[in-house]
Design a protein around this ligand. Structure first.
Ligand code: KG4
Ligand code: ZN
Length: 349
């Protein structure tokens, strides 16, 4: 911590359906990143089955740690700290990763850093954009979350908006299911939309123009269901029109947050849905209209991975934020504990 040498952090991720291990330095070198998806195990069920995910993490995570260390040409002795996602997420998987990290920390005598998965996404753009400075406005759009955050520093997040029902990635996944495009849904909808007309169907844009800052996607999902049942539009047109509606929601809500949060240095997007090219293109335009740089991580860093956990771990470690071996696993863990509760049942953090 006190030395001038960059620190080396081993990071583990296991909060959903990706098992991953990575070695990252505090000066932004990614020495290894290993990832094992579980698509084949979950595909027959059309979505992630928590117990199957947890069991798969048990089987794959230790091998990924070994492979990451081998690829980087280091041992646990060379590592300064061991970081793992400690929540939020599917609790079985979180437990597997956190306990694995605790075992490694105990065996090596190295400190543990318990990382909030959302903090991993929130800080991930800094790993590949060295000039990105606090505070920045972050649109965090993943399978479990849809939030606008003002990122003010490591461990300092102000939530400006969240979803009052479904997360953005969840809306993509449900639409994919309704259209019979299978799992994982987001990339499948994006591919199907390529051949469609985004103006073919005027789907609702919930909360667009509202004085309230939040997101909502449940009404959009119901409208997609009705369009599928009506049978009068092609899959490509439904996918493209759905995607356009989501993009319009992102633009309107982000614009509102920019107005409410002056002084930010950049508009940043992170999380799995940030892999979507339409989303990236639309936000690029919005940022430039506001005279701000637009920053998005490379695609592999948008979806779940352990490099972002190691990187968040590195920043926390350098700030002296280490955790005891009694660190809890948390299914829910809001980044901004001060944020007011948004209306609506089933609000995700
Ligand atoms: O961040 P992530 O990998 O996991 C969570 O923390 O949730 O995000 C996964 C979500 C899924 O809902 C997936 O369908 C969505 O991100 N996603 C996409 C795309 N790639 C992944 N959504 C739209 N377009 C994509 N290209
Ligand atoms: Zn994620």
């Amino acid at each position: 911590m006190a030395s001038n040498r960059p620190s080396l952090i081993l990071g583990l991720e296991s909060s959903c359906d990706e098992s991953a291990a990575s070695l990252v330095t505090s000066d932004r070198r990614i020495l290894a990143h290993k990832l094992a998806g579980q698509e084949d195990a979950h595909r027959p069920f059309g979505g992630v089955v928590p117990e199957i995910a947890a069991r798969a993490h048990v089987e794959t995570l230790p091998g990924l740690v070994e492979a990451a260390l081998a690829e980087a040409g280091v041992t646990l002795d060379d590592v300064d700290a061991i970081a793992a996602t400690a929540g939020p997420g599917l609790i079985g998987g979180v437990l597997v990763g956190l306990v694995t990290a605790k075992g490694l920390a105990l065996a090596s005598g190295k400190p543990l850093v318990a990382v909030n998965h959302l903090e991993g996404h929130a800080l991930s753009p800094m790993l590949t954009a060295p000039d990105l400075a606090f505070p920045y406005l972050l649109l965090l759009v993943s399978g479990g979350h849809c939030q606008l955050l003002r990122v003010e520093g490591v461990g300092q997040y102000r939530r400006l908006a969240t979803t009052i029902d479904d997360a953005a990635g969840e809306a993509f996944d449900k639409t994919a299911k309704l259209l019979g495009l299978g799992y994982p849904g987001g990339p499948a909808v994006e591919r199907a939309a390529l051949g469609g007309d985004p103006q073919a169907i005027r789907f609702p844009r919930p909360l667009v123009g509202s004085a309230e800052p939040h997101f909502s996607f449940a009404g959009l999902k119901s409208a997609v269901l009705r369009a599928v049942e009506a049978g009068s539009h092609s899959t490509a047109d439904i996918a493209a029109s759905f995607q356009q509606a989501v993009v319009d929601c992102f633009l309107d809500r982000t614009q509102r947050a920019l107005a409410a949060s002056p002084g930010v240095t950049a508009l940043v997007v992170a999380g799995g849905v940030a892999a979507n090219q339409q989303v990236r293109g639309a936000l690029t335009g919005l940022a430039s209209a506001h005279g701000l740089p637009f920053v998005a991580p490379p695609l592999w860093l948008c979806t779940d991975n352990a490099a972002m956990i190691a990187w968040a771990g590195a920043l926390r470690f350098e700030a002296g934020l280490i955790d005891g071996l009694d660190a809890p696993a948390r299914a829910r863990w809001p980044l901004d504990p001060e944020a007011e509760k948004a209306r609506g049942a089933g609000v995700k953090a």
